[in-house]
Design a protein around this ligand. Structure first.
Ligand SMILES: Cc1cn([C@H]2C[C@H](O)[C@@H](COP(=O)(O)OP(=O)(O)O[C@H]3O[C@H](C)C(=O)[C@H](O)[C@H]3O)O2)c(=O)[nH]c1=O
Length: 180
C-alpha cells in the first residue's frame, strides 16, 4: 500500500496492494501498520457501501464536530469522479477542492481527514462505493455543501441523478466553518 500526498493538506491517494491471477483479483484496502507508519492512527467504527446508477451525484457530505470523522473511500465495482473540498478555515488549502477518478481498474482509495466535504459522480451503472468511517453515524451532525456551489462543474453534467436532501444543502458562499 502506497500513500500519496495530494494538493489538499492531509488528503491521501492510496495505491492499494492488488494481485490478479486466473481466478480474478485480490485487493487489500487497509493495513494498520501502513497507516500508523504514516502517523495515521485511525480506528474504523462503521463501514458501508452505496450502489449508484451512471450520472448519480452524492454529496458534498461531512459531519459536524463532535462527530466529524475520517473516511476511507474506494470503488469495489465501476468508476467514480471523486471530489473532496477543504472546509477547514485554518487550513492552507481552505476552499480548495481536488478531483480523482477511483475505479475497479486502478483500485485507488482516498483517505479523507476530518473537516473535508466529500462527494462523487458515478461514471458507470451499478458502481459500488465503499466507505470506512471513524465515528458511528450521528444524523444530527450530518451536513453538506450544495454540489454545484464551490466551483466544480462535474464534467458539465446537466441532469444528474441526485437526492432532494443533497439539493437542499447550503451553498459554499453561505458556509460558516465549524472546523477551526
Ligand atoms: C451514512 C448513513 C446514512 N444513513 C441513512 C440516511 C439516509 O436515509 C440513507 C442514505 O444516506 P445518504 O443519503 O447520506 O447516503 P449517501 O448520499 O450515499 O452518502 C454517502 O455518500 C457521500 C458521498 C458521503 O461522503 C457520505 O459520507 C456517505 O454517507 O441512509 C444511515 O442510516 N446510517 C449512516 O451511517
Amino acid at each position: 500500500m502506497k500513500l500519496n500526498k495530494t494538493s489538499i493538506d492531509g488528503l491521501l491517494l492510496i495505491e492499494n496492494f492488488q494481485a490478479e491471477d486466473n481466478r480474478g483479483a485480490f485487493v487489500k484496502t487497509f493495513n494498520r501498520d501502513d497507516f500508523s507508519n504514516n502517523s495515521l492512527n485511525v480506528e474504523w467504527k462503521e463501514s458501508y457501501f452505496s450502489i449508484s446508477h451512471k450520472g448519480t451525484i452524492r454529496g458534498m457530505h461531512f459531519q459536524n464536530p463532535p462527530h466529524d470523522h475520517e473516511k476511507l473511500v474506494y470503488v469495489a465495482k465501476g468508476a467514480i469522479i471523486d471530489v473532496v473540498l477543504d472546509l477547514r478555515s485554518d487550513s492552507n488549502t481552505f476552499s480548495q477542492y481536488e478531483i480523482f477518478e477511483l475505479n475497479d481498474r486502478n483500485r485507488y482509495s482516498l483517505y479523507i481527514p476530518k473537516g473535508l466535504a466529500h462527494g462523487f459522480m458515478s461514471l458507470e451503472d451499478g458502481t459500488i462505493t465503499v466507505y470506512n468511517v471513524s465515528t458511528v453515524y450521528a444524523p444530527e451532525s450530518d451536513n453538506g455543501i450544495l454540489y454545484n456551489s464551490f466551483g466544480y462543474d462535474w464534467n458539465g453534467i446537466t441532469k444528474p441523478i441526485i437526492s432532494e436532501r443533497d439539493l437542499k444543502f447550503q451553498p459554499f458562499t453561505k458556509f460558516k466553518s465549524p472546523f477551526l
